[in-house]
Design a protein around this ligand. Structure first.
Ligand SMILES: [Zn+2]
Length: 274
């Protein structure tokens, strides 16, 4: 049984052929690549919400070169540690599926039987995820209205995505684990120094979150070296600074032929309070 629920009425969805439907006959067809669009048209604020095709391509191109592999490896180890032998994982904000895929592989290698689901609001990202990770089930949906049955997930992971505590708590089982990956203070400082006159460190939030017990934070620090302009531009387009940057800074960025920069992440771990 899938954990998808109808985004219109909230009833559990049943699947027949390539169509998901609820008891009120709201129906949702799977796309050719396998994902299902569970974003009701009236919940879209724009025609194509989320990252656009170019941003998805940039991120996929950067991530598949494994610059962030040390963090991904740590994430996989942490998820495998929390996952029961037979369990359910939701990747809330799965993007083009790089981390979902790595975690699926790690769970299989660890001998775990896991049902893995991913959601993202960007249809082009979900399409890419569905093509590259056949082991998981992907849906187009909003993090703020997860089309996911109450208390159905053992583990929820969310990387660089908006946080929605109420929804995350609702879909987690009692004592379910939530794993958040956030940029640490000095993440990409080398990149920021190359682009900005006054680079600022990232602000790291307070660890306390309502409804969750904090289990711990693991810091993953490293350095990456990029020897070509494409990778540098792709990385920059993945950051929140991309759209806030003026023309002069963009020109500086385009002139960079190589760059060495710090990477710094925190993998925060929580347990749902009953
Ligand atoms: Zn329905």
């Amino acid at each position: 049984m899938s954990l998808w629920q109808c985004p219109v009425c909230g009833e559990i969805l049943t699947e027949e052929g390539r169509t998901l439907f609820c008891g009120k006959r709201h129906t949702f067809d799977r796309a050719r690549s396998g994902y299902v669009n569970l974003l009701p048209a009236n919940k879209k604020r724009t025609k194509d919400p989320g990252d656009n095709v170019l941003m998805v391509q940039a991120r996929r191109s950067f991530l598949t070169k494994d610059y962030y592999k040390p963090m991904s490896d740590a994430l996989c180890r942490i998820v495998c540690g929390y996952m029961p032998d037979k369990g359910t994982l939701l990747d809330a904000g799965s993007g083009e599926g790089y981390y979902t895929r790595n975690v699926c592989n790690a769970l299989t290698e660890a001998g775990k039987t896991a049902d893995v689901y991913g959601i993202d609001i960007a249809k082009c990202a979900v399409d890419a995820a569905a093509k590259s990770c056949k082991a998981a089930d992907f849906a187009v949906a909003s993090i703020f209205h997860l089309p996911v049955v109450n208390e159905s997930c053992d583990v929820l992971m969310s990387l660089f995505a908006p946080y929605c505590g109420e929804e995350f708590s609702r879909v987690l089982k009692s004592h379910g684990k939530m794993i958040l990956v956030i940029p640490d203070e000095n993440h990409l400082m080398g990149l920021k120094k190359a682009v900005y006159d006054k680079p600022y460190a990232n602000q790291v939030q307070n660890y306390e979150l309502d409804g969750f017990r904090f289990l711990g934070a693991e810091k993953i620090e490293g350095e990456i070296f990029m020897d070509n302009s494409d990778d540098i531009q792709n990385l920059f387009s993945m950051t929140p600074y991309y759209y806030k940057t003026g023309r002069e800074e963009h020109l500086r960025l385009e002139a960079l032929k190589e760059l060495r920069t710090e990477t710094a992440f925190q993998i925060l771990q929580y347990e749902k309070e009953v």
